[in-house]
Ligand binder design. Structure first.
Ligand SMILES: *Cc1c(COP(=O)(O)O)cnc(C)c1O
Length: 363
């Protein structure tokens, strides 16, 4: 066994270290830890950076989706069309509110919802569509948003892997009634723990979401509606506010590393998904190979860490066994072939070149 030379990612603060330390110190010294000035400042700054009017800090990305669905009154008896290829939390959020996730297959190029398949799945119980901008690649939002409008359905974007991404120049999240973000440590904007946010341009919905994340309180200890308890900590908000300054550059670094991979992987035997929009923010850099397991084993021997996002289509997870298993052959094949290469903002470009070289040798 060789020691890992090229890690999949690094979560330790780097150039942002001093700013992160100062943010933590500020909160500790103030002695105010939940729903305070840091959360308010971060909500404003994050909404602005995401091209939205309002931001609502919440506990996780999953909660962000749950709260949006709740606020829109989506629950038992409703169907929500979503993707078979994502973190399972996208579909679990739908199940948490008692609605039924309906999975439709992927556009084989984008690996996001196929608009034609969505259209075919719309029925009398359909209440919403949740596309996921998977790996940082924006879904086909022009067609999907037009379809939601045409059928009078709620559009909710899962932006958990797509901070600052744009679709044809327009910010992701802006195609929806409300969009969900996660600040889980591995995301493009990560906290030092859990965190999430919702963005929206609807003032009334924003006010409702702020009540619902805090037990439905209208005033202290007065619960006007049944909310949940899902708040963003002051410490995490302060850290996120500090890191938000770095995010545009970190996003550029991700894009640069992706360009190196694209160039270096030509003729290597792995399939590199095409970049369909310069607004892609490369949360991950997945490639495909029909000999995935052998290839990953050789990379592992060479000290290169890779991961699979995701090994099982969501409708095939045991947790979803109560749902009718949707036929999603594209997702099935993608899950059998895909794996993600190391990529994080401070990764040296030489590492990307080395990974690519190892793939050429191994395949
Ligand atoms: C991470 C993620 C989530 C869940 O976010 P949490 O903060 O972990 O709850 C949902 N959807 C997608 C696409 C994600 O990547």
């Amino acid at each position: 066994m060789t020691a890992t030379r090229i890690p999949f990612m690094s979560l330790k603060p780097g150039e942002d270290g001093p700013a992160v330390d100062a943010a933590i110190r500020r909160v500790v010294d103030r002695g105010w830890f939940v729903l305070g000035p840091e959360v308010e400042s971060f909500e404003r700054a994050f909404a602005h950076a995401s091209g939205a009017q309002f931001g609502i800090g919440v506990g996780t990305g999953t909660d962000a989706l749950v709260l949006i669905l709740k606020a829109l009154g989506i629950g038992r008896g409703d169907e929500v069309i979503t993707t078979p290829l994502s973190a399972a939390y996208t579909a679990l959020a739908v199940m948490i509110v008692g609605a039924r996730p309906v999975f439709v297959d992927l556009d084989p190029q984008r690996l996001t919802l196929d608009p034609a398949a969505v259209e075919a799945a719309i029925g009398p119980d359909t209440a919403a569509i949740i596309p996921v901008h998977l790996y940082g690649q924006p879904a086909a939002m022009d067609e999907l948003a037009a379809m939601a409008t045409r059928h009078d359905l709620a559009m909710i974007e899962d932006c958990c892997q797509a901070h600052l991404a744009t679709f044809r120049g327009r910010p992701v999240g802006s195609f929806s009634v409300a969009a969900a973000y996660s600040f889980y440590p591995t995301k493009n904007l990560g906290a030092l723990g859990d965190g999430g946010a919702i963005t929206t341009n609807d003032a009334e919905l924003a006010a409702k979401l702020k009540r619902l994340r805090n037990g439905g309180q209208t005033d202290r200890y007065h619960h006007g509606e049944p909310g949940i308890n899902s708040r963003l900590d002051e410490i995490q908000a302060a850290i996120l506010l500090a890191r938000l300054e770095f995010l545009p550059r970190w996003t550029e670094q991700r894009r640069t590393l992706a360009a190196v991979y694209r160039r270096e992987l030509i003729g290597s035997g792995v399939v590199v998904p095409p970049e369909l929009d310069p607004g892609h923010v490369y949360h991950l850099f997945p490639v495909r190979s029909s000999a995935r397991e052998a290839l990953r084993a050789k990379l592992d021997e060479a000290g290169i860490e890779t991961l699979i996002h995701y090994p099982v289509p969501i409708p095939r997870q045991p947790a979803l066994a109560s749902e009718s298993p949707a036929a999603c052959p594209v997702a099935d094949q993608v899950c059998a072939e895909i794996f993600s290469l190391p990529l994080y903002p401070s990764m040296p470009e030489t590492h990307a070149v080395e990974v690519a070289r190892a793939i050429h040798v191994a395949s």
